[in-house]
Write a protein that binds this ligand. Structure first.
Ligand code: ARG
Ligand code: ZN
Length: 854
C-alpha cells in the first residue's frame, strides 16, 4: 500500500485537546485517552482514529458507551460514527512496553519506560489521528510504582504530583503548545539529573535537566554545555527564544536513531549525550554537541512550525541540519566542519542519489515513512537551505526565516511555504530553484576553461546534466549557484570571487584581462551539491592545493589530485605519484595551516569514494591501489610522520580546538607511520594505545593495529575488551573497529563477532557497530565469495522479526548491485531475493528490498 503526496486532504476531524492517563507497568500499561474532537469542514465521514496493535477495551462518546453498530475496526484503526460536530471521545487500551522490540511507541529500555512516536509510533500507544497536521494541547497524568519509577516526565511543564497507595505515585504534566502526536513523549524510571538553568534573552528562567542513570552523571557535562550554547546561538543568530519553563533531555540505551525533539522532553540515544575523555573520541564529542543542538533547534524548526504531512519532512529536517551545521561551525572551525559535512554528504547522499532508492528531497510516494529518514531528506535538504542562504546573503536570509517563523508559528507547513517565505522575505525569485525539491539525482556539471591570448579573455563553459532516477527518466536544468574564482598562475593571487548562476543546460561566462591562462577554482565552499568535472591538469590541482584561499576548494584540489592518481593507477595508466607526495609534504609542513585541516587534506580519499569515481566498482583493485599509495606516502615521508607524531603528543588532555586538531593530525601521522612498513610501526601504535589518556588516541591506535596482523593487534583488542566489557557504548567501538578494519579476514571475524556473547540484535547501536560498520567496509563487504552479502542478509532477516526499522537500514548497501561486476551483482541480487522470500517480512524491509531489485 503506497501513500502519495498528491492525495493529501485536510483532516476530517480535529482534536484541539487530549487528556491521557497512563497506569504504567512494564508488562501491562493501561492508557485512558480523552479526546475533544471537532468536525473539520462540512462532511459526514466518521471519526477515524489510527491504531497499531491496539484493542479498544472501552469506547465512550460524551460519557456513554458506544453502541456496537456505531464503531468498527479498519486495519488497526478505530472508526466511530459521530452525529454532531463536537464530541468527547474516550478510549481505554492495554499495551506491553516490555514486549515492544520495535522501539516505536512506549517501550522498555534498561529498566526505563520511554517513548518514540515519530513518525507513526503514537498509534501504538493509543487511538488517535496519527498525522502531523492534527495539533492538540496535551494534559498527561502518569501513575507508576515509586520504587521502580521514581521519576515521571512528560512534555511541557510539571503541574502536580502525589502519592498513591501500594507504593505507587503519580504526576501530571501540561503542554500549553498545541502539537502533533509525533512530538508526544513520556519517560518513567530511576534517573539522576544534571540540573542547570538558562536565562533567555527576554529574561525568562528555564530549568534545564539532563536525566541519566546515576552512574552516568559525570558524563553529561559536555551535553549540558552544548545545550546552553545552542539556546544562546538560536537567540543570537535566528532571534528564537525557548518557550517553556523546563527543558528536559533523557538518555536511553536502546534507540533506533540519534535522538528525538519531543516538545520540552528530548529523548536521546545515550551515545549522543554521554561523553568523557576516557570513553569518547573527539568525533563523539562533536556528535553530542551537534545532536543536542539539532534537537534543541527543532523547538522552532519542527515544533513551533511543524510539517503538514510526511512528504514535507525535509522542511524541518533539512532546515534543522543546516542550523546545527552552522552552529557547530561557529563552535569550532568553519573550514573543517564544511569538509566533514561534504564528506558525509558524498558518502551517504550521493550514493543514495545514484542508486535504486534515489528520491527527491520532497518525495512523491512511500510505503513506509520510516524509510524516508534519509541522507537525501536530511543532508541534501540542508544543502538546499544553504544554497538559498548563499543566494540571499545573511541579511535577506534572516528576513526570510523571520517571515517564515512569524507567518507559520503554530501551524503545520510545507516546503513550499518555506520557499515562499524566502522569496518574499529575501526578495528573490526562486521559481527554477524549486526543482531542487522535485528532481532526484545529483547534477553533473562539466566546466571547461579556455583561454584566448589574443583577446586576453577566458571563457568558462558550463554544462549540466541530471541523471535519470527511478520514476524520473527526464530532467530539466537546475539553478546551480557556483562560487568561482580565477587564480593568476604567476602571482598565485585570487583575482576575485564570483557567484555564477548556472541555469541552462549549457552556458558560458567570459572574463576579460587575462594575458596568461588562469587557474579555475569552482564550487568553492561546495556552494552546490553537485559533481563537478573540469579540464584542470594535475599541475593546476597541485597549484590550488598550495594556493587556493578557500579552504574547502584547497582540500578538494588535493583530494582530486589523489583521486586522479589512484583512478589512473587502477586503470593501468602511468601516473605521477610524486606530485601527491609533494603536495602532502607541503601541507604537512606548512606552519600556517590549521592541523585539523592538514589532517583532512592529507588523508587519501576513502575506498568508497574511489568506487564512486569508477564506471564499475572494483573493490580489490581500489584497495590494492590505495594501500600501495598509502604505504609509499608512509615510507617516503617516514621522518616527517615520526616528527609529527612525537611533537603532537600532549602532556595533558584538553578539549580545545587546538588540542583536537593536534590529536587528529597525530592519528594521521600514526596511520602513515604504520603504513611505512617501519619495523617499529606496531610498537609505536601499541605505545600510543597504552599511554593515551583519551579515547581519541586510544581508538585510533587500535584501528591502526586492527588493519595489520601483528601480535600487538591481538593484545590491544584483548586489553580494550577487558577494560570496557561492561560499558556498552565503549564496547560498541570494539565491535566497530574490527568490522571496519582493512584486515584480510574481516569477513570471518565479523561472522564470529556476530556469535560473540556480547553481541545482541536487541540494541540498535550494537547492530550498527557490527553490521553497519561492516557494510561500509567496501573491501571486506564485497569479498568475492559473497560471504559478506550473506552475513548482512542473515542479519536483516533475523532483525526484521524484532525491529524492522533498524533492519531496513541495512538494505541499501546490498541494493547497490548495479555498480559492481556481474558475479558480485548476481550474488547481491540473490541475497535480496532470499530476503524477499522470507514469510511475514515487514513493510519496512519489503519496500527497501523490492525497490532495490527493480
Ligand atoms: N526527528 C528525529 C531527528 O531528527 C528523528 C526521528 C526519526 N525517527 C523515525 N522513526 N524515523 O532528529
Ligand atoms: Zn531532526
Amino acid at each position: 500500500h503506497v501513500v502519495r503526496r498528491e492525495d493529501y486532504r485536510p483532516p476530517d476531524w480535529l482534536v484541539p485537546d487530549i487528556a491521557l492517563d497512563f497506569d504504567l507497568d512494564a508488562a501491562a500499561t493501561r492508557v485512558h485517552a480523552t479526546l475533544s474532537v471537532t468536525r473539520n469542514g462540512d462532511h459526514d465521514r466518521p471519526l477515524k482514529l489510527d491504531g497499531d496493535g491496539l484493542l479498544p477495551l472501552e469506547i465512550r462518546v460524551d460519557g456513554n458507551p458506544v453502541a456496537a453498530d456505531l464503531w468498527s475496526m479498519d486495519s488497526g484503526a478505530l472508526v466511530i460514527a459521530l452525529p454532531d460536530a463536537v464530541h468527547i471521545v474516550e478510549t481505554l487500551v492495554e499495551i506491553a512496553p516490555q514486549d515492544n522490540s520495535k522501539l516505536m511507541g512506549l517501550y522498555a529500555s534498561g529498566g526505563l519506560l520511554c517513548t518514540q512516536c515519530e513518525a507513526e509510533g503514537f498509534r501504538r500507544i493509543t487511538f488517535f489521528p496519527d498525522r502531523p497536521d492534527v495539533l492538540s494541547r496535551y494534559s498527561v497524568r502518569m501513575a507508576a510504582d515509586k520504587a521502580l519509577y521514581p521519576v515521571l516526565l512528560a512534555n511541557g511543564d510539571p503541574v502536580e504530583q502525589g502519592e498513591l497507595p501500594g507504593g505507587r505515585h503519580w504526576a501530571r504534566w501540561n503542554d500549553p503548545f498545541p502539537k502533533p502526536c509525533y512530538l508526544f513523549a513520556l519517560v518513567a524510571g530511576d534517573l539522576a539529573c544534571n540540573a542547570d538553568r538558562f536565562v533567555t534573552m527576554s529574561g525568562r528562567e528555564v530549568q534545564l535537566g539532563i536525566w541519566v542513570r546515576e552512574a552516568d552523571l559525570p558524563r553529561t557535562a559536555h551535553a549540558m554545555q552544548a545545550l546552553r550554547n545552542s539556546m544562546a546561538w538560536d537567540e543570537r543568530v535566528y532571534g528564537r527564544e525557548y518557550d517553556l519553563d523546563v527543558f528536559n533531555i533523557v538518555a536511553v540505551a536502546d534507540f533506533n536513531f540519534g535522538a528525538m525533539e519531543n516538545k520540552g522532553l528530548n529523548i536521546f540515544n545515550s551515545r549522543y549525550i554521554l561523553a568523557d575523555p576516557e570513553t569518547a573520541t573527539d568525533i563523539d564529542y562533536d556528535g553530542v554537541e551537534g545532536v543536542v543542538a539539532h534537537e534543541y533547534f527543532h523547538n522552532w524548526s519542527g515544533n513551533r512550525v511543524t510539517c503538514r504531512d510526511w512528504f514535507q519532512l525535509s522542511l524541518k529536517e533539512g532546515f534543522t541540519v543546516f542550523r546545527d551545521q552552522n552552529f557547530s561551525a561557529d563552535m569550532g572551525s568553519h573550514a573543517v566542519k564544511r569538509i566533514e559535512d561534504v564528506r558525509i554528504l558524498r558518502a551517504a547522499q550521493f550514493q543514495e542519489d545514484s542508486g535504486p532508492l534515489a528520491h527527491p528531497v520532497r518525495p512523491e510516494s512511500y510505503m513506509e515513512i520510516s524509510n524516508f529518514y534519509t541522507a537525501t531528506i536530511y543532508n541534501k535538504g540542508a544543502e538546499l537551505i544553504r544554497m538559498m542562504a548563499l543566494m540571499l546573503g545573511p541579511e535577506r536570509f534572516r528576513a526570510g526565516t523571520d517571515l517564515y517563523f512569524d507567518r507559520h508559528d503554530g501551524e503545520a507547513a510545507t516546503c513550499e511555504d518555506f520557499v515562499r517565505a524566502m522569496e518574499e522575505g529575501g526578495e528573490i525569485d526562486l521559481g527554477q530553484f524549486r526543482l531542487w525539491y522535485e528532481q532526484a539525482g545529483t547534477p553533473h556539471v562539466r566546466a571547461l576553461l579556455t583561454h584566448d591570448p589574443v583577446a586576453r579573455s577566458v571563457t568558462l563553459l558550463l554544462e549540466q546534466t541530471v541523471p535519470p532516477t527511478p520514476g524520473q527518466p527526464e530532467k530539466r536544468p537546475m539553478a546551480i549557484p557556483l562560487r568561482t574564482a580565477l587564480f593568476d598562475p604567476e602571482t598565485g593571487e585570487n583575482r576575485g570571487d564570483e557567484l555564477l548562476m548556472l541555469t541552462e543546460a549549457r552556458q558560458s561566462f567570459t572574463f576579460q584581462g587575462w594575458t596568461a591562462a588562469p587557474i579555475l577554482s569552482i564550487n568553492r565552499g561546495f556552494s552546490a551539491p553537485v559533481i563537478v568535472e573540469t579540464n584542470r591538469s594535475q599541475a593546476d590541482l597541485a597549484f590550488l592545493s598550495a594556493h587556493d584561499d578557500d579552504p574547502f576548494a584547497r582540500y578538494e584540489a588535493m583530494q582530486q589530485l589523489m583521486v586522479n592518481v589512484l583512478v589512473g593507477r587502477i586503470g593501468g595508466q602511468a601516473v605521477d605519484e610524486d606530485a601527491v607526495i609533494a603536495a602532502i609534504r607541503n601541507a604537512a609542513t606548512d606552519p600556517l595551516l590549521d592541523p585539523a585541516f592538514v589532517a583532512e587534506a592529507i588523508r587519501l580519499p576513502s575506498e568508497a569514494y574511489l568506487g564512486d569515481q569508477m564506471a564499475v566498482v572494483d573493490p580489490d583493485a581500489i584497495h590494492a591501489a590505495r594501500d600501495a599509495l598509502q604505504r609509499r606516502i608512509g615510507a617516503e615521508l617516514e621522518p616527517l610522520w615520526r616528527d609529527i607524531h612525537a611533537r603532537t603528543r600532549a602532556n595533558a588532555f584538553a578539549l580545545s580546538s587546538v588540542a583536537k586538531g593536534a590529536r587528529k593530525l597525530r592519528n594521521t601521522a600514526l596511520l602513515y607511520l604504520a603504513a611505512s612498513g617501519a619495523v617499529d610501526g606496531p610498537t609505536v601504535a601499541f605505545g600510543q594505545f597504552s599511554e593515551a589518556d583519551n579515547m581519541t588516541e586510544r581508538q585510533a591506535a587500535l584501528a591502526t593495529l586492527a588493519n595489520g596482523t601483528s601480535a600487538e593487534r591481538e593484545a590491544a583488542l584483548d586489553i580494550f575488551y577487558n577494560r570496557y566489557r561492561d560499558d556498552a557504548l565503549t564496547l560498541d567501538k570494539w565491535f566497530q573497529t574490527q568490522a571496519f578494519a582493512f584486515h584480510p579476514d574481516t569477513v570471518d571475524l565479523v561472522e564470529e563477532l556476530g556469535r560473540h556473547k556480547d553481541f545482541t540484535l536487541t540494541n540498535p547501536n550494537r547492530v550498527r557497530a557490527l553490521y553497519g560498520a561492516f557494510a561500509g567496509n567496501q573491501w571486506a563487504f564485497h569479498h568475492p565469495s559473497g560471504k559478506g552479502y550473506r552475513l548482512v542478509a542473515d542479519c536483516i532477516i533475523a532483525l526484521d522479526k524484532l525491529n524492522p526499522q533498524t533492519a531496513a537500514r541495512l538494505v541499501p548497501p546490498l541494493g547497490r548491485w548495479k555498480r559492481f561486476d556481474e558475479p558480485r551483482a548476481a550474488l547481491m541480487r540473490a541475497e535480496l531475493q532470499r530476503i524477499l522470500l522470507e514469510p511475514g517480512l515487514s513493510k519496512d524491509v519489503t519496500e527497501q528490498v523490492s525497490k532495490s531489485l527493480e
